[in-house]
Design a protein around this ligand. Structure first.
Ligand code: SF4
Length: 374
């Protein structure tokens, strides 16, 4: 699978600490550099037949349909697409006009992940999103009218401008719009964001743990009642609409990340990440040099990663692959650390998989870190 990071956005959302630039001055140079990176790294994946291609960001929909297609064409020079490939484009509602949708519907893109976040203007203003509540809704309808059925939307809960009733309404709207996949995240206060500053100077209040908890568990019950499967802490899908790309990440498959700040993984013990600086990325690639750093994952890192990722999913951690990969000593410590949690029901074993029951998922990261090798 290949991930392509488009490092541009129209404006900076108040909560965001991803890598992007709001200046499009070097967009053409960036696209040329990314094509060079695709060429230089074409041998890195074992499989030349792609199951998934994902455009994330930043804001991929800031590009024109032709620019996106030119990146796809570059990928197709060196890779083939499996017959059921999933090609996802992250798109912001304000970009999904008829012209753009017409352009991309003539491309292999068959899944849209729309950055809706909320259907309420007060939330969207606080988040400094570039779209309004009416665009949030109309963009989805336009995408559906242009033939896109496989649509995911992002929703954020716990916003200081929201409350439980507003959150319920956000979920109701998603159902009314017949969205088959929802990724939903608690508003997180990341370092060096505008939101962090606002909280420090008292302009807005910190999301309250109790409220987040209530909204999270309401969402689980509500979406289950509407035939969604909760397959990862933040992800819900109707039958047949699970994200193949993200599921492959959570199953430790190899992936290649193209573009500034993109990460790659060989499916075993090597991880790399590109420099999170557009100018330096372009400069390096102009000299046909890669702009990445590489890390060899120690057995401890690999173990901790498998625990962290696996326990956030409905299928859990595969105990057979733990046994195949790690030493008896590591497994003994792990078993000792899990005993109490198994007795308390915070962990369960099913079909050779270790899982956190859904009612404890809100604490999944803490439970996983208790099981880390140190
Ligand atoms: S559009 Fe996405 S990547 Fe860009 S600033 Fe907003 S949240 Fe961050």
């Amino acid at each position: 699978m290949i991930y392509i990071h488009i490092p541009f956005c129209k404006q900076k959302c108040s909560y965001c600490n991803f890598h992007f630039s709001t200046s499009l001055n070097f967009k053409d140079e960036m696209l040329a550099a990314m094509k060079k990176e695709i060429f230089l790294r074409k041998e890195e994946l074992n499989s030349k037949n792609l199951q998934t291609l994902y455009f994330g960001g930043g804001t991929p929909s800031i590009l024109s349909g032709d620019e996106i297609k030119s990146l796809i064409d570059e990928v197709l020079k060196y890779f083939s697409f499996s017959s059921d490939i999933e090609v996802t484009l992250e798109a912001n509602p304000d970009d999904l006009d008829k012209k753009f949708l017409r352009e991309i519907s003539n491309s292999p893109i068959n899944r849209l992940s729309i950055g809706t976040q909320s259907f309420f203007d007060a939330d969207l203003r606080m988040m400094n999103r570039a779209h309004s509540s009416s665009e949030a809704e109309s963009s989805i309808k336009r995408a559906q009218d242009s033939g896109y059925e496989n649509i995911s939307i992002d929703l954020i809960y716990g916003s200081p401008t929201s409350n439980f009733e507003i959150w319920k309404e956000n979920l109701n709207k998603s159902i009314a719009l017949e969205i088959p996949h929802i990724s939903s995240y608690a508003l997180t206060v990341e370092p060096k964001t505008v939101l962090e500053k606002w909280i420090e100077n008292g302009k807005v209040s910190n999301p309250k743990e109790e409220e987040l908890n209530k909204e999270f568990y309401y969402m689980i019950d509500f979406l289950k009642d509407h035939e969604f499967e909760h397959y990862e802490i933040s992800n819900f899908a109707k039958k047949g609409f699970h994200s193949k790309h993200n599921s492959a990440y959570w199953k430790y498959k190899e992936y290649l990340g193209i573009g500034p700040s993109a990460h790659s993984y060989n499916g075993y013990d090597v991880r790399s990440w590109n420099i999170a600086n557009n100018q330096q990325y372009i400069k390096k690639l102009n000299s046909m040099l890669l702009a990445k750093e590489t890390e060899i994952l120690s057995p401890k890192d690999q173990f901790n990663e498998m625990i962290m990722i696996g326990l956030r999913t409905t299928w859990g951690v595969d105990l057979r692959s733990l046994k195949e990969k790690f030493s008896e000593q590591v497994l003994e410590t792990f078993e000792k650390d899990s005993i109490l949690k198994l007795q308390e029901g915070i962990l369960v074993k099913e079909d050779n998989h270790l899982k956190i029951p859904e009612k404890h998922w809100f604490m999944a990261d803490g439970i996983a870190s208790d099981l880390f090798q140190v």
